[in-house]
Design a protein around this ligand. Sequence first.
Ligand code: ANZ
Ligand code: ZN
Length: 846
Amino acid sequence: RRVFDLTKLDAKWTAIWKSQNTFLNPRRKIAPTKGKIYSTSMFPYPSGILHMGHLRVYTIADALARYYRMQGHHVINPMGWDAFGLPAENAAVERNVSPEKWTRLNIAKMKAQMELMFADFDWDREITTCDPDYYKWTQKLFLSMYKHGYAYRKKAEINWDPVDQTVLANEQVDSEGRSWRSGAIVEKKQLEQWFLGITKFANELNQDLEILDQWPDKVKAMQKNWIGQSVGAEIKFKVGDSEVFVYTTRPETLYSVQYLALAADHPFASIIAQADAELAKKYETGTKIPLEAVHPLTQEKIPVFVAPYVISSYGHGAVMGCPAHDQRDFEFWKNMGETEIVATVEPASGAKENEPFFEDGVMNAKSGLLAGLTCQEARAKIIEHLESEQIGKKQINYRLRDWLVSRQRYWGAPIPMVHCDRCGTVPVPDDQLPVLLPAVDKLLGKGGSPLAKIAEFVNVDCPSCGGAAKRDTDTMDTFVDSSWYLFRYLDSQNKQDIIDPKKVSPLMCVDQYLGGVEHAILHLLYVRFVSKFLSKIGYWDGSQTRGEPIKKLVSQGMVHGKTFSDPQTGKFLKPDEYEVGPENNVLVKETGEKALVSFEKMSKSKYNGADPGECIERHGADATRAHILFQAPIEDVLNWEESKIVGVERWLNKVLSVADVLNGRIGSEIKTKPTEEYSDAEISIHNETQQLLASITDSFARSLSMNTVISDYMKYTNKLYGELNNPDVSTEVLYLYYLDLLKAMSPVAPGVCEEANEVLHPWKAESVLAADWPQPQPLIAATIPYTVMVNGKMRFIYPGPEGLTNNKEECIAKVIATPDGQKWIGDRKIKKVILKPSTIVFIVEG
Ligand code: ANZ
Ligand code: ZN
């Protein structure tokens, strides 16, 4: 058996494909006959090097696109660069180059690496978010939002990252109050900032999760939680001549209300703070203030407090205090030195009077018109009552806040606004877009609005009055860039507008979107928001999907690296700190002890990183692709072990050696054999390979079970290989099913398939990648031996199709038609036929 060097195939076939001007896939030459499939993966940030996660997701994306092209679909499989952002800016400061130069260099490097892994993207749709041709339209999007009332500026308490020296969105601060990027504890500051009105879509964003039936439940649950819909009521309390509104999710506890609590910057609290600075100092820990509220049902006077747990930006920044039924109210009440509580809700059984009870239960006698009802019933009834008395109404609140997009950084799309002393905030007119980012040789330091230091940028004529004015010196959050790129791919060359609705509408939605689960909230929520906005203002027709842009979402799992640590110290071992000992045990060099082995997220500090480029160099692109697909189902964590690739290499070599053997047998004229003439062994090849093709097709089209695809290829290969020397199997039949194998394998291993196709029949010019997908064919019923008895004597064996005896007429006709049937039965009159599973009994005359 000839041994093939898989690493030799990469350069050879890349050169051949590229010479045909079909990127990396000759199938591109063939015009599609079926509808569009828009399949893409989250575009990368150009860090300069492809990592294992990229290798995994782009292999999947590439194999899927190749599959759909073979099926005849019009495939959209674009690639682009999420090129603005903090990492490039920080890297540029560290290396003393411009972020632009750094980014462009990285893009070139990564593009080359994508080619090395055979990833065939639509480079004619390529977009780079830091191109003026792209961010011009990011700015236009911002202005459209402004025009339609979705972008506004306000002074707000914001999250300030003291390390990166910039504002962060709420979504970019984790539950411990740390920056998602720098990890620094976030500080609060008051600043004038731009916001995008995502909350205007809060209801749709929440509700439409229901129609995303091809999204992972986990992602939908995370989004739902982030949006945080809360159904309750607003209730009006009289305070002096004025009134205070509160928001509550438990309006049925109204009869338990013993006080009102305001946020420290509630207007009433602010007025009092101005008059009494001493009192204001106590706001931080909570204090009673000299106001009295009137209970809307009992008309009793209740005290008013300022309380630290009341959030100013949620609901009305005011709470009706129910110490008996709310944990936080209870704690606060105690802290204020109060002891008496008024309970109106009790557990359904084991009622204890005047005990705090924080769950749903039954309303007791103290709850007026609600007495005896369950909490749920009481909620509906009290809302009805409040509405009829005009002292309250049903209200829905969301935890979701508007999206803060101003960043005090250089490397982003400048916010296209001008501040004029006379005219106020003035949008930059469309014909003055893009607002170009001024070129810099190098940046002076991190953050602090670098653009504010560039006078030529800042000083500008007011677009409205023509007088001296100043540009906004902030840039946009990079998540704005990536919030609309899925649309731009479909019309990437448009010089007139963001996108052309006529061009984009027929190509939306994204049929499958692959990405990491780390984007479950931020990116995917922004994409949904902007898509709904663009649909609403007519940039695309989203009426079929309520403006939802993504049909199927696939979250691929992370790639973990093999990690060695010292069992004594727990320290991670560097490659030169361990060695392979007897029985393949890995030993700590220093102590000779067995090292601990685990798989962890790849990181420099764990010395467990792996480089896709090196793997490709050692084993070739196809083996690397097949290996990464084979190692785990795509949604699971993949434990990367390069050494296990030998199985895949052996298989690919076997595929090539079958071509070698068949080449020695076939002539240039390949005959086809009618299936009726197939031997049993040939039927079994047909049937087994059709079953495998059906399974492979299903994996590509539906389940995306790519690891099963590889094991099916292996079974298929072994079947053919095992039949190579079977005298009952003809070369024609082997050739036919082998060619189907090559076609079916080509989305995963294009180089090997091309090579095998060439080895098989070097005289054939056409590429196997250009072939149609081998559609699974119906199975051929296998023949089994039927014993035929005539008038009590066993006369002959009839080899017939399985299940023949289920159909009496067909069975009799077939058996009589054979030479044996003619001899033993002929045209004698048949008195009776008895059919058993493998025996046919004739009783005939004479
Ligand atoms: C009275 C009450 C009684 C409440 C009770 C709860 C239990 P979610 O579910 O998060 O929407 N609340 C309202 N506005 C607030 C604010 N600005 N800051 C802090 N807390 C606020 O929570 C709504 C509940 O949180 C509301 O229902 C209110 O307390 C409180 F037995 O009102 B409740
Ligand atoms: Zn002006």
